[in-house]
Design a protein around this ligand. Structure first.
Ligand code: FAD
Length: 293
């Protein structure tokens, strides 16, 4: 069915999530360009195959039982085109590569995102951010496929809010970003500063999905990680999943953790936070048979 495409049958999903957890996918497809993506989506629709769009898997917990559908990874939609201080970037470009390219081009703005293992598509999907910035600040327009046609959506119509966007009903193909001119050396310096800050505070040496929970009502005063730390829950383990000793907002895989370990630890933390009167929302996406949460 997918012979003409770059397709792995029965691929091990743990290799495609930064959590290093997951069973097998019936199909894992890597469209090379937009036309192939549309063809793949049409086949899946016709054959009633469930689909899941994947960026770099830095926010996705795959089920150990796997996924009886088609995971469509957009990492080959990786073009970067420059027009003055505007840059058209494919959804599959990862933020490491994007920052390095922008640094060489002398275009500044995104240095705070250097070190986040996301693709631009995944980052737009949830309006990712850190150090007081969000990706939406740099977006002019977003290119999507709505299941029937290609559309261009202007920033104001993307419905960006804290770790959320209205783009979640589309396949995101890329975006036009606006940046500002700066000396390459200065950009490199900024990237290093932000990267080192992350290295100091986050367990970058262990598999994780970044922060498990969103801030409560986007309120920086009510930060789940700070509350978890205050309750003394750093280092708590279920199976091989552990609340990071370095950053209480992260759950890390100590090696051999299962999706059930991670979900049980997540539920445990939710319960402990609830006892303190704090109701948290999960930031991570869980892909299970029958539903994605
Ligand atoms: C070490 C570490 C540090 C992190 N630090 C931060 C941080 O500072 N700030 C922050 O915001 N996040 C952070 N994260 C979380 C993560 O990087 C973000 O959530 C990121 O946006 C996920 O991007 P991705 O490409 O990996 O998406 P994936 O994990 O592959 O997918 C996430 C969701 O987006 C959807 N999706 C992905 N691409 C597309 C597309 N092109 N079209 C439609 N839907 C799509 C998927 O279906 C899924 O629902 C961190 C994660 C790790 C592991």
């Amino acid at each position: 069915m997918f012979e003409k495409f770059d397709c792995k049958v029965g691929a091990d999903l743990s290799e495609y999530s930064t959590m290093k957890i997951g069973g097998k996918a019936r199909f894992l497809l890597f469209p090379k360009y937009e036309k192939e993506l549309v063809e793949i989506l049409e086949i899946c629709k016709r054959e009633k195959i469930r689909t899941f769009i994947l960026g770099n898997g830095s926010n996705v917990l795959f089920d150990d039982k796997g996924f009886d559908g088609a995971v469509i990874c957009l990492k080959h939609l990786d073009k970067i085109e420059v027009r003055g201080s505007f840059v058209k970037v494919g959804a599959g470009v990862n933020l490491f590569a994007l920052n390095l390219a922008l640094q060489k081009l002398g275009l500044s703005g995104l240095e705070w995102s250097y070190g986040i293992p996301a693709t631009l598509g995944g980052f737009l999907f949830m309006n990712g951010g850190c150090f007081g910035h969000e990706i939406c600040e740099f977006v002019k327009e977003v290119y999507v496929f709505d299941g029937k046609k290609f559309r261009t959506i202007q920033n104001e119509a993307c419905g960006f809010s804290y770790r959320n966007s209205k783009l979640q009903k589309y396949v995101i193909l890329g975006a036009k970003l606006h940046l500002k001119r700066e000396k390459s050396e200065k950009i490199e310096q900024n990237m290093k500063i932000f990267y080192n800050k992350k290295k100091e505070s986050q367990p970058l040496d262990l598999p994780s999905l970044g922060s498990v929970f969103k801030k409560v009502d986007a309120n920086p005063e009510i930060h789940p990680a700070k509350l978890i730390d205050k309750m003394g829950l750093k280092g708590v383990k279920i199976g091989r999943a552990e609340v990071s000793k370095k950053h209480a907002g992260f759950i890390v895989n100590l090696g051999g953790a299962t999706s059930e370990d991670v979900l049980a630890l997540t539920s445990f933390l939710e319960g402990e936070l609830k006892k303190q009167g704090t109701y948290v929302e999960r930031e991570i996406v869980v892909l299970r048979e029958g539903q994605d949460e």
